[in-house]
Design a protein. Structure first.
Length: 286
């Protein structure tokens, strides 16, 4: 059986399905014959999935910033589907702005959705996966979760947090037969930069850094090289891999950026190795 066919035999629970990669993944899963729990804050935005695919599309309301909503959605999914084989934490949004431009309330809100939302849903699903001693968790991070740049200060901060949380989680649940993978998309042709992006008021002081970043986001919107449907197929394939990676970067832009950062980190390590190693206690010889 081909990997995509095997992936279609599983029951998927996907957050943030109203648009973007979440929507593309649900559509591809349902087209392949899978059962998918498709969630969104506004279920009207995904009602057509039920109309087109029938009972294989389980449509549930879910606001990842509301703990009660998370518990209800997971309980309802298990009651209707009977199991959750794959959890995809995709819900979240972008935030553009330099550190100085972003108000504290906006920082709290984006962490609540991107980090605490991932935590809440994962924590609600894990007891089920532990009991069954199987499952796969895909946490959707970003290229910006590995390589930060001016303008994505707090979006990157949330995704860096997701990366650290996911690395630790992978070690914590491996003994229960639960696998964990970070999905790290580069630029994909979705509505992420419009519908799923917030922007702080711009300051003239950052016109040459963050200002240029804002313009680049606008100028290239709709021209991103990544195909969301192919990203969905990559996510389906990784679930069926015998040895799935901890990280799955998606797209040439992401791969290039990640390799460039690894090179820079290695250069810093080599350049400052002597200083790093000179910080240990010196033995007195007694």
């Amino acid at each position: 059986m081909e990997p995509l066919q095997r992936a279609a035999s599983r029951i998927w629970f996907v957050t943030g399905c109203s648009s973007g990669l979440g929507r593309a993944l649900c559509e591809r899963l349902l087209e392949s014959g899978a059962r998918a729990v498709c969630t969104a804050r506004n279920v009207e935005s995904i009602a057509d999935l039920r109309q087109r695919h029938g009972k294989r599309a389980i449509i549930l309301p879910l606001d990842v910033t509301d703990p009660g909503s998370v518990q209800s959605a997971v309980q309802d999914a298990l009651a209707e589907a009977g199991a959750i084989d794959v959890l995809v934490n995709n819900a979240g949004y972008g935030l553009v702005g330099a550190l100085e431009e972003v108000e504290e309330d906006a920082v709290r809100a984006v962490f609540d959705a991107n980090v605490y939302g991932t935590y809440r849903v994962t924590r609600a699903v894990l007891p089920h996966m532990r009991e069954r001693r199987s499952g796969h968790i895909l946490n959707v991070s970003s290229m910006a979760g590995f390589v930060a740049g001016p303008g994505f200060c707090f979006y990157s901060a949330t995704k860096f947090a997701v990366e650290g949380m996911t690395e630790a989680l992978a070690g914590e649940v491996a003994g229960f037969g639960v696998r964990v993978t970070l999905i790290e998309p580069g630029p994909f042709r979705t509505d992420f930069r419009s519908r799923s992006m917030q922007s702080a008021p711009a300051m003239k002081a950052y016109a040459e850094t963050v200002g240029k970043f804002r313009k680049a986001l606008s100028d290239t919107d709709g021209k991103q090289p990544g195909d969301p449907r192919l990203a969905a197929e990559a996510m389906m394939a990784v679930v069926e891999a015998e040895q799935p990676p901890l990280r799955l970067p998606l797209g040439e832009v992401c791969l290039t950026a990640m390799r460039g950062k690894l090179d820079r980190v290695r250069e810093d390590l080599d350049r400052w190795e002597a200083v790093a190693l000179a910080t240990s206690y010196v033995s007195s010889g007694h």
